[in-house]
Design a protein around this ligand. Structure first.
Ligand code: 26W
Length: 807
């Protein structure tokens, strides 16, 4: 149908006419975008129905990936590529004087996530569909995504992200699949012919209405589902019939219900025990499991067969209430006994941990939890009681392990403990991270459940981060090694034969330059700043957090600035330093660092003595779509977290795939990237994980000492308060104090000199284009193993035990 240009043009024009009753010429870009997407959607929906049918016919085991966040990015471009319709669509629209990218801009990024965890979930769904695996996503249809970031007077300002302003053409509402989720109320016990009957009464009901989005596979006819739940009142309320008091009650009810799927919590590393967040988590798991259960039973599934037919994965602890909720469904709604139910749960649910930051680990207050979720609390209490019995059996009642591994301790519910106890698999997201879980953070659990712990190093979908977002490099790679790499990314290793090929290097340099010019145009249009594409594009984009050390990067730039002020003829390769990333609205220090970077940019970008040797840009509103512009244009990828703090990182993999060289600590997946490309092709520096953990365990780090023994560093730190750079005294005193008076928790001062050395090596190597692009080729060639296709294959084989179901 759509594979013929003339047919495509006819159907597109016809769709605008039939959708809006206007001619194509009269239509706006929004109407053109919606018409085009709805045309593509029809194609997808047919495959969607057939895929479901295929899974049913094959009686396939299906996996459901529960995540409080997903970051899918724009869908039109990706779907056109996956359907193999991109070029025909381009040609058809060109004939009609329409530029596809002008329509793609219309689509809003579904910003239903805050960072790495959400984006990883979306990469996994893409790789599951590409692999023809029956794997689906489950989350919340937030009305407002993660806030939009504006920088005003150098400060972050949060703006509501109304991503549904044009609706969401890709979703389909399924009211007939809606289910009820119960909050509050009381639990009633009733003895009926010897059986203890549990009854939940006086509860508040919220209707969970699914909105399904198709997840297309690459050039196969597989279409999986991302199900997003919307919270709605149980029935429409006719206020005209209500008294004053009733009206107030009804208004409160409606408000509290709608609030559940209103907006995503913007914090990505700091747990806040907010009731609404707890209601969101239970809303997600109860709605998700109820709809999955109903479908399973309707298909004739036997409850006892659930572990063989369903795999439920929880993306961090945020959906870990799936464990007690599945127990409730099995016992209260399917009449199973505790042991039978438990044996099903611990063979069905698996868990991934994404962070070791203590402040990110969820611990709900027992009082609040019990009030909001009375029945679930009873079940959690019983799980805790029974596990304590097992531990006492094993270690004796006075063992500290009993308390250390408890789910309920003091007045808190330790969600990570519940997740580990209730899952058959517990994985970290990079080799070093999993080691730290085993030896440090969860060592008691590893000793008790060694068989559950495994590593699954993260990955990225190369289809979005190369094929879609870097067409010039894609063309060069495919011309050189064919296009098998798209379905099998390890094929990229065939590029190694070009690492000393000067004509290939020429072409790669040309592609990089093209992408740098494209990004330069975006920066000129948006900020009016001219960037030199011959300069080193040195990029630091990720959430703002002290452990990610945007501050260390800033200090090195300030030092460079002072050294050029000392000696304006200082021979440095011009650098364009780019920063991007949102700070959680309540994260004061992260916001100070955003302000520092913007204030530095103001001073340095306009300082004549610097003669454009340094340019600093803070790219506001960092999201998936902006990232697609940035990675292809980057020379240096900043992965400089304090060793042991970054569980994996995934931006590091996207930069590598686009031929950027990494300057980084041996932290998270940086270690595996460095192992893959070798010392010569990775600028490593800084304390190792062992050294950092030793300092944390046995102290011995004195920030003042480092400060006092390093003139350049001292000058930089002093400029935070002495006005030498920012005029005003004490402009960044809070940063100064945190480093010196709170002993620099993230070792920014300790790693400064090493980082500076590594940046010196970057400068030196960049001058030798042949050497630089040899390393660039080696990075691209070794990026295949960091595809989420490899990661998903490991999850599928080692954890979920699902099989591909191809046409
Ligand atoms: C309770 C608040 C909260 C919200 C989100 C705490 C923690 C999170 C996420 C787990 C934070 C996150 O996104 N972690 C990142 O996950 C990526 C995917 O595995 C990793 O690559 C990053 O290293 C990790 O920081």
């Amino acid at each position: 149908m759509l594979r013929d240009k003339e047919k495509f043009k006819y159907l597109f024009i016809d769709r605008i006419e039939t959708m809006y009753g206007i001619s194509m010429e009269e239509s706006t870009d929004i109407e053109k975008y919606i018409a085009l997407s709805s045309l593509v959607k029809d194609h997808i929906y047919r495959n969607w129905v057939n895929t479901q049918k295929r899974y049913n016919d094959a009686d396939a085991k299906e996996m459901y990936y529960f995540s409080i966040e997903f970051l899918p990015g724009k869908q039109l471009g990706k779907n056109l590529i996956n359907l193999g319709l991109k070029s025909i669509c381009n040609k058809a629209l060109n004939d009609l004087d329409i530029k596809l990218e002008d329509l793609e801009i219309i689509e809003n990024d579904p910003a239903l996530g805050s960072g790495g965890l959400g984006r990883l979930g979306s990469a996994f769904l893409d790789s599951l569909a590409a692999g023809e695996y029956p794997g689906n996503g489950c989350s919340i249809r937030y009305k407002y995504g993660l806030f939009k970031q504006k920088i005003i007077d150098g400060e972050q300002v949060e703006v509501l992200d109304n991503w549904l302003e044009h609706g969401n053409v890709w979703e389909v509402r399924k009211p007939n699949k809606a289910v009820e989720v119960k909050f509050y109320g009381d639990i009633d016990f009733e003895e009926i012919d010897g059986e203890m009957k549990i009854d939940h009464i006086n509860y508040e009901t919220v209707l969970a209405v699914p909105y399904d989005m198709p997840v297309t596979g690459y050039k196969n006819e597989t279409v999986n589902t991302l199900r997003l739940f919307n919270a709605e009142p149980i029935e429409d309320i006719d206020y005209t019939l209500l008294s004053g008091k009733e009206t107030k009650l009804a208004l409160d009810y409606e408000k509290s219900v709608k609030g559940i799927s209103d907006s995503l919590y913007p914090d990505d590393s700091n747990y806040e025990g907010k009731i609404l967040r707890l209601k969101q988590q239970y809303f997600l798991v109860s709605a998700g499991l109820q709809t999955i259960f109903k479908r399973f039973i309707n298909k004739g599934g036997k409850v006892s067969d659930i572990p063989n037919k369903l795999a439920i994965h929880i993306n961090d602890t945020h959906p870990s209430l799936a464990i007690p909720e599945l127990m409730r469904l099995l016992m209260d709604e399917n009449g199973l006994g505790w042991d039978e139910a438990w044996s099903i749960v611990i063979k069905t649910i698996s868990y991934t941990n994404h962070t070791i930051l203590p402040e990110a680990l969820e611990k709900w207050n027992i009082g609040m939890f019990g009030e909001v979720l009375p029945r679930i609390y009873m079940i959690v209490e019983e799980i805790d009681k029974r596990f304590k019995m097992v531990l006492i059996e094993e270690y004796g009642s006075d063992s500290s392990k009993v308390k250390d591994m408890a789910i309920l301790d003091e007045d808190q519910i330790h969600m990570a403990h519940l997740a580990i106890i209730g899952s058959y698999s517990v994985n970290g997201v990079a080799a070093i991270h999993t080691e730290i879980l085993k030896t440090k953070v969860m060592s008691n659990f590893y000793e008790f459940f060694p068989e559950k712990f495994n590593n699954k190093t993260n990955g990225i979908t190369h289809r979005r981060w190369l094929l879609k977002s870097n067409p010039s490099l894609t063309k060069l790679v495919t011309e050189s090694i064919g296009d098998k790499w798209i379905k099998n990314p390890e094929e990229l290793s065939n590029l190694m034969k070009f690492k000393d090929d000067s004509s290939f290097k020429e072409k790669l340099m040309k592609s990089k330059k093209e992408n740098k010019i494209l990004l330069g145009n975006v920066i000129k249009d948006k900020y009016g700043i001219l960037v030199d594409e011959e300069s080193i594009f040195d990029v630091h984009v990720k959430r703002m957090h002290e452990y990610k050390r945007q501050l260390l990067n800033a200090f090195n730039i300030m030092d460079m600035y002072f050294r050029i002020k000392d000696n304006p003829d200082l021979d440095v390769v011009p650098r364009t330093f780019m920063f991007g990333g949102k700070a959680a609205p309540g994260y004061f220090m992260a916001k100070r660092v955003i302000n520092l970077i913007n204030t530095m940019a103001e001073v340095i970008n306009n300082d004549k003595d610097i003669k454009d040797k340094i340019k600093i840009i803070f790219l506001d509103g960092y999201d998936v779509t902006l990232a697609e512009r940035i990675f292809p244009a980057t020379d240096v990828s900043e992965q400089i977290s304090t060793a042991s703090k970054e569980a994996s990182g995934t931006g590091n993999m996207k930069f590598m795939l686009n031929g950027a060289l990494t300057i980084g600590t041996l932290d998270g997946a940086n270690i595996e990237i460095q192992e893959a490309v070798g010392d010569d092709n990775f600028f490593k520096f800084g304390l190792t994980v062992e050294e950092v953990l030793k300092y944390y365990d046995s102290g011995g780090y004195d920030a003042w000492e480092v400060y006092n023994n390093n003139y350049n560093l001292k000058r930089v730190i002093d400029s935070l308060i002495d006005g030498s750079m920012f005029g005003a005294k004490d402009k960044f005193k809070v940063i100064y104090d945190t480093l010196l008076h709170h002993n620099d928790q993230y070792f920014v001062l300790e790693d400064f000199e090493e980082y500076k050395r590594a940046q010196g090596e970057v400068d030196k190597k960049f001058r030798d284009k042949s050497a630089w692009y040899k390393s660039s080729i080696i990075n691209i060639a070794n990026a295949g193993k960091f595809s989420s296709d490899r990661t998903i294959k490991e999850y599928v084989d080692d954890i979920w035990n699902i099989r591909e179901v191809s046409k």
